[in-house]
Structure formats: structure tokens, C-alpha cells
Design a binder for this molecule. Structure first.
Ligand SMILES: NC(=O)c1ccc[n+]([C@@H]2O[C@H](COP(=O)([O-])OP(=O)(O)OC[C@H]3O[C@@H](n4cnc5c(N)ncnc54)[C@H](O)[C@@H]3O)[C@@H](O)[C@H]2O)c1
Length: 327
């Protein structure tokens, strides 16, 4: 889709990734970007920069994706939809009922409202959680669903509802399977990448970072501005509907990340290792295969882990300064 002159709805657009998608979208020639977000987790401050652009509209009734009529109303005349609304791994375990009604039924509402309103394309946020523990590394899009979590189960369901919706109606779609997303505006309460915030919290408090197990757990970190670019590329690309990894293709151990954060902050405190209650379903070696996205979406990550971590450290400093001065 050529974004010039298009009207785009960003569902979950006030969140960590969604607000970065909005920033990226506003660098194109879109006519209008509309935010549909209940603000259950995101925040309007994430859209502070974007708000100065007259093409941005934030629906101010905190609309919920569980409300199909409201979604259908919001999608009238919309060309493309980015769907980022979901609750995360920890919240899904705490509230299984909400997890299902938001991450499955609510997401299904987004897809069928889009189809009913004649939206051309939906770019949906899925997750590498659908893969679970790797049977083979790197994990390409062909990797089996080996998930054991409620969150992953709901993500798998949503992927298939989108696929089925695209069979029933002339709806183009892309489901992006994000790996370990990190960067500015990241909340500190996730099960995976929040490890970065926890390590930084400890270092800044003059305390040793805690590494659970031997620190050899591997993650495939992808910076949020790369994820935002992947979303916009997915909307623009003339690619067949399907599932696409958003990953770097490189694994980094927790030990390595802690060392990098020590170097970046200049706070060198040896980590302590603890025997941990590491959840049985925590993926210990997550590395994605980036080839399909490179070939069909012309997307590859561009932000190095060092530059990306620096952006996170600097954002934390700016946020603290703003909180202190109130400006
Ligand atoms: N952050 C990651 O590392 C990661 C990894 C893989 C997949 N994802 C997926 O990417 C998407 C965005 O994640 P994020 O990290 O930006 O999360 P986030 O919580 O920051 O953003 C989600 C947004 O959706 C909104 N929302 C939630 N429930 C809603 C509802 N019922 N109605 C309307 N809006 C609602 C929230 O208010 C929030 O602004 C999610 O689908 C998530 O599952 C994230």
C-alpha cells in the first residue's frame, strides 16, 4: 500500500511499540493517523511528540477492542489498521479471562471490523512466544508452535483468526512475530525484556545486578524503532499475507547484556548469580530467522544492540529529569 494520502487506525497506539509505530508513520505522507486505545496500559505521554502533528487524532473516549460497534464505527473510511492492543505474559497469567477476551475475542473484533469496513490491510502484532522452546535454532516462520504459555496460546489463536478472516474476506494481512523488543517508552513490568530495566535499576542503586541461573539464557533483541519500521514496511510492502519474524537473527546472553549495561553506564558492579525459580516455560534460547522478512518485506534490523541499549539508558535519564523538573 502506498501510504500517501491514506487514513490509518493504530489500535493500541498509545503503548510502547504502538507509539513508536505512530512516530514512524508520521514520517510518511499519510493523511491521517487515528489512535484507538483504552489506555489500560499505554499512556498519552508516549504520544507527546506526535501530538504536535495535525494529522494525529486520539479518540478520547478510551475505546476498547472488546466493543465491536465502537471498532466498526472507528474503522469507517480507514485504509489500513495496525493492531497492537493486547495484554502481556504476566498480566495474562494474572487475569486469564481478560487475556482471552482481549487477546483473542478483542483481536478477532479488530479483524472482522476491518473486513466489514473494507479496510485494505491489517498489520497485526504477534509474538515469538508462539514458537515456545526452540526445536531448532534459528527459528524461522516454519518452526512448529511449541508454546506452553497462556499468552502464546492466545497469540496463536489470534494469528489463525486473522488468517481465517483473510480467507473469508478480501483482507490483506501481515502478522509480525516480534522477538525481544526493547527501547525508549518500555514499561518495566514485562517477563522478558524488563530484565534490562531491572539490571539498570540495580546498577543505579549501587547494587549488584542479579542473574538467575548461569546467565547463558539467550535472547534476540530488537530495538523498538526497528519494530516500528518493520510495521510500516509490512503495510507498504506488496508481500503475500502471512507470518513474518521481526528479529535480528543474533542471540545475546543475559551475561553479555549485563556487561554491556555496566560499560554503558560506567557503573561496574559484579553481578551476583542466584539459583532461581526460573519458570519452566521461560524460553532459554530465543533466536529468530530474519530471512523471510528481509526478502519479502525488505526489512532488516538497523540498530546495533550497543546503540539501542544506549538509547534506553538515555531515555531513562531524560524521563527522570522530566519527573524531577516537571517539564
Ligand atoms: N514488548 C514486547 O517485547 C513484545 C514482544 C512480542 C509481541 N508483543 C506484542 O506487541 C503488541 C504491543 O506490545 P507493547 O509492548 O507495545 O504493549 P503495551 O502494553 O505497551 O501496548 C499495548 C496497548 O494496547 C492497549 N490496550 C490493551 N488492551 C486494550 C483493549 N482492550 N482495548 C484497547 N486498547 C487496549 C494498551 O492500553 C496499550 O496502550 C502486543 O500485541 C504485544 O503482545 C510485544
Amino acid at each position: 500500500m502506498d501510504l500517501a494520502g491514506k487514513r490509518i487506525l493504530v489500535v493500541g497506539g498509545a503503548g510502547f511499540i504502538g507509539s513508536n509505530v505512530v512516530d514512524r508513520l508520521l514520517k510518511t505522507e499519510v493523511a491521517e493517523v487515528i489512535i484507538y486505545d483504552s489506555l489500560v496500559r499505554g499512556a498519552l505521554r508516549n504520544l507527546a511528540d506526535a501530538s504536535s502533528d495535525s494529522r494525529l487524532t486520539i479518540l478520547d473516549d478510551q475505546p476498547d477492542i472488546r466493543d465491536l460497534d465502537r471498532l466498526t464505527e472507528a474503522m469507517a473510511g480507514i485504509d489500513g489498521v495496525f493492531n497492537l492492543a493486547a495484554i502481556g505474559i504476566v498480566a495474562s497469567n494474572e487475569s486469564p479471562e481478560d487475556a482471552f477476551t482481549i487477546n483473542v475475542t478483542g483481536n478477532w473484533n479488530v479483524f472482522r471490523a476491518a473486513a466489514a469496513c473494507g479496510v485494505q490491510k491489517v498489520v497485526h502484532s504477534s509474538s515469538a512466544s508462539v514458537y515456545g522452546q526452540p526445536q531448532i535454532v534459528p527459528m524461522t516462520e516454519e518452526h512448529p508452535y511449541n508454546n506452553r504459555t497462556l499468552y502464546g496460546a492466545n497469540k496463536i489463536a489470534a494469528e489463525h483468526l486473522l488468517l481465517a478472516c483473510g480467507e473469508l474476506d478480501p483482507l490483506e494481512w501481515v502478522a509480525l512475530r516480534y522477538f525481544n523488543v526493547y527501547g525508549p517508552r518500555q514499561d518495566s513490568k514485562g517477563a522478558y525484556t524488563s530484565v534490562l530495566h531491572k539490571v539498570l535499576d540495580r546498577l543505579e542503586a549501587g547494587e549488584p545486578p542479579v542473574i538467575f541461573g548461569d546467565g547463558s539464557q539467550m535472547m534476540d533483541f530488537v530495538h523498538v524503532t526497528d519494530v516500528a519500521r518493520a510495521n510500516v514496511r509490512a503495510m507498504e510492502a506488496d508481500a503475500p499475507s502471512g507470518f513474518f519474524n521481526v528479529c535480528s537473527g543474533t542471540g545475546t546472553t543475559i551475561r553479555e547484556v549485563v556487561a554491556m549495561l555496566s560499560d554503558l553506564t560506567g557503573i561496574r558492579i559484579e553481578p551476583v548469580y542466584r539459583e532461581a525459580a526460573i519458570p519452566a516455560n521461560l524460553v532459554t534460547k530465543r533466536i529468530g530467522g530474519p530471512e523471510k522478512s528481509a526478502e519479502l518485506l525488505s526489512f532488516s534490523t538497523g540498530v546495533s544492540l550497543e546503540d539501542g541499549l544506549r538509547s534506553l539508558v538515555e531515555w531513562r535519564e531524560r524521563s527522570r529529569a522530566t519527573a524531577t523538573t516537571g517539564s
